[in-house]
Every structure is written in C-alpha cells, then in structure tokens.
Design a protein around this ligand. Sequence first.
Ligand code: NAP
Ligand code: ZN
Ligand code: ZN
Length: 356
Amino acid sequence: MPPDAIPARGLAAFSPTAPLGRWDFARRPVGPRDVRVAIDYCGICHSDVHTVRGEWGPISYPLVPGHEIVGRVAEVGSAVSRWQVGDRVGVGCMVASCRQCGPCAQGLEQYCDAGFTDTYNGKDLVSGGVTQGGYSDTIVVDDHFVLRVPEGLDAAAAAPLLCAGITTWSPLTHWGTGPGKRVGVVGIGGLGHMAVKLASALGAEVVAITRSAAKAAEARRLGAHDAVVATETGALKPHRSSLDLIIDTVGTGHDLEPLVGLLRMHGTLCLVGGAPEPHSAVRAFSVIGKRRSIAGSLIGGIAETQAMLDFCGARGITSDVELIGVDGVNAAYERVVHADVRYRFVIDLATLDGGR
Ligand code: NAP
Ligand code: ZN
Ligand code: ZN
C-alpha cells in the first residue's frame, strides 16, 4: 500500500473456525474516480457466514466481511461530481466490473463477462490486494458503485436493502411481479422477509413458506396474504399449481419437487439461496406438464439497486433489524446459522470506537 493509503479499522475473520476479531488494515488512497465512505451501519448477510467459514471454497485471511453498507460520503476524488461530503450513501455487493461488456452495458454488472469484483474477498483492480468489506469504519469505492440512500429511511434499517433488498427485487421485477400475480417466498430470513415486503408492495399476492410456526404467524405483518408451515403434513396442498413465481432463499440443499408443484402454468422457481451442496433432482414430468421453469438470480445491477432504493424511499420500506455492536457479531453468526434472527442483524460501527 502506498504511503497515502487510508488507515481503517474493522472486524475480520482470521480462520474458518476462529471468532471474528478486531483488525487494523489499510484502504487504497482515494483516486480521481473514488468516493470514501465513513461507514455507520453494515448488515450481516448469510453469505458473510458462508464465505468466512470457507463453505464456498477456500479464502485468504484476514478477511473483513460485509456488503450491506450505509454511511456518509467523507471524501470525493477530483473527477467525481455527483456527491457532496455528508451525503447518505450505500455500498452493496459489488465494487467494480469491466463496465464495457454486454451485461455491464445493460446495467447488469453482476453478470459482467469478466466477473465483477466482490465488495470483500475480491481482487481490488486498483491496488491488486484483496477487497475488504463493511464491518469497518471506512471504505474507498469507485463512484459508479456508490448508491444514494433516501434520507427519509432509517439508516440502520436501510442497510439490508443493499443485498437482501436488491437480491429479491431483481428477480421479482425481472419476472413481472405486480397486481394479479401470486408469489411464494421460501425461507423467511434476511432475504425472505424482504421478498415478502417487496412483492406485496409491488402489488402481488404473497404466500410465505417457512419451517417456523412463529414466523408464519408474523408473516402477515410483513405483507404476506397467507403463510404455511412447510414441515406440517399437507400444508402446501392448498397452494398447488397456483403460484407464478417462487423466490427460494434457503441456503442449504433441499428437495425442490414440492416447490415446483406449487407453480401454475409458465411459473418459475427462482433460486437465490447459495446452497454449497446440490439440491435433490427434479423429475422431468414435474416441469414438462405446465411448462414450468427452474431459474436462478444473482444480487442486482447498480441501476436497478438505485431504483429499488428509490421505491423503498417513496414507500418507507426498510428491513426489520436487530441492531448490535461489534462485540455481538460472533453470537449473531450463531443465531443466523440457526435461522434465529428477526430478520437481519445490523452492526452499529460506532461501537468500533469502544474497544481501543
Ligand atoms: P438467512 O437470514 O439465514 O435466511 C435463510 C432462511 O432459510 C432461514 O431464515 C430459514 O427460514 C430458511 N432455512 C434455513 N435453513 C433451512 C433448511 N435447512 N431447510 C429449509 N429452510 C431453511 O439467510 P439470508 O441472508 O436470507 O440468505 C439466504 C441465502 O441466500 C444464503 O445462502 C445466502 O448466501 C444467499 N444469498 C444469495 C444471494 C444471491 O445473489 N443469489 C445474495 C445474498 C444471499 P425459515 O426459518 O422461515 O424456515
Ligand atoms: Zn448478501
Ligand atoms: Zn463487464
């Protein structure tokens, strides 16, 4: 790192099994097209847990996770004109892409032919080092990947929009969610509770599908029209062949057959959960009969992320969060693994100051 590198403090994973701990590191200097963001809040996504525990493959340590970042602009590069110091901004799952390929030209940087750069555990195209995420006091990001967060939204509760929000918004809008459509949401965690809120705000009728009777009871408050406890015998039967789209957020291998059976003609089962292991096979006749599709979707592009944030700003939509300090992160990880969070942990980075 050059001498004008920016000192940063954060919470890092040091091995797949050790608890996360404090770590001092450096951010790249603010280049002409960069924005430095002073981070206020960062959500804990289940992807953070999969990544630091090596469930998606080996990584290099130390690694600071976190890609649901909300803060304020602290510094802007000489070629950046659209931000003022103090603006409320967010950074999501991407910090760079080639900006030239077909997907990038369409505003779908997440499908960049050259591969986008992850906010953490990616290769920093400027410094050559490993990108470090948002469980930190500050971050330096290319201007294109900085989002405007509506001032009217609670900043902590808006942080999960940067991943959980856009990851569900992108397939919901891609598959035409709106009035007259019926959408199922499987797994009522961080992504799932946002899928319920966004699908119902878009005008669809929503069926929440959970293993938890307590979450089923709460689902209507989140915006669902019906909720079923999938583990109860016969619970799915009333919804057979009735859904246009299912957003499946479950992050472990599971049986897709019962879900495919819920789709009506031309319906789509969209996988967003990052299960490290394969799902069980689906029989050909389960999809042939009603010309059903099984699909997948990855986060969302920058333009659609801004559209989602603006929609949420106009409607007052945020995540239901449990706000924690940095010292609560390791306990939070255990609760995430046990699906015991209502519905997203968000770290208050002001608590980094307390421990030094
Ligand atoms: P989360 O908060 O842990 O929610 C996942 C939910 O799935 C749980 O709340 C639980 O809901 C359900 N679930 C968990 N284990 C299950 C099992 N064994 N069988 C059935 N249901 C189970 O996680 P998240 O942060 O929402 O992320 C969900 C998944 O999406 C993760 O794998 C994450 O890595 C992935 N992800 C993908 C993208 C993408 O771009 N595609 C982006 C972000 C995250 P109930 O308690 O209601 O059953
Ligand atoms: Zn995420
Ligand atoms: Zn590209």
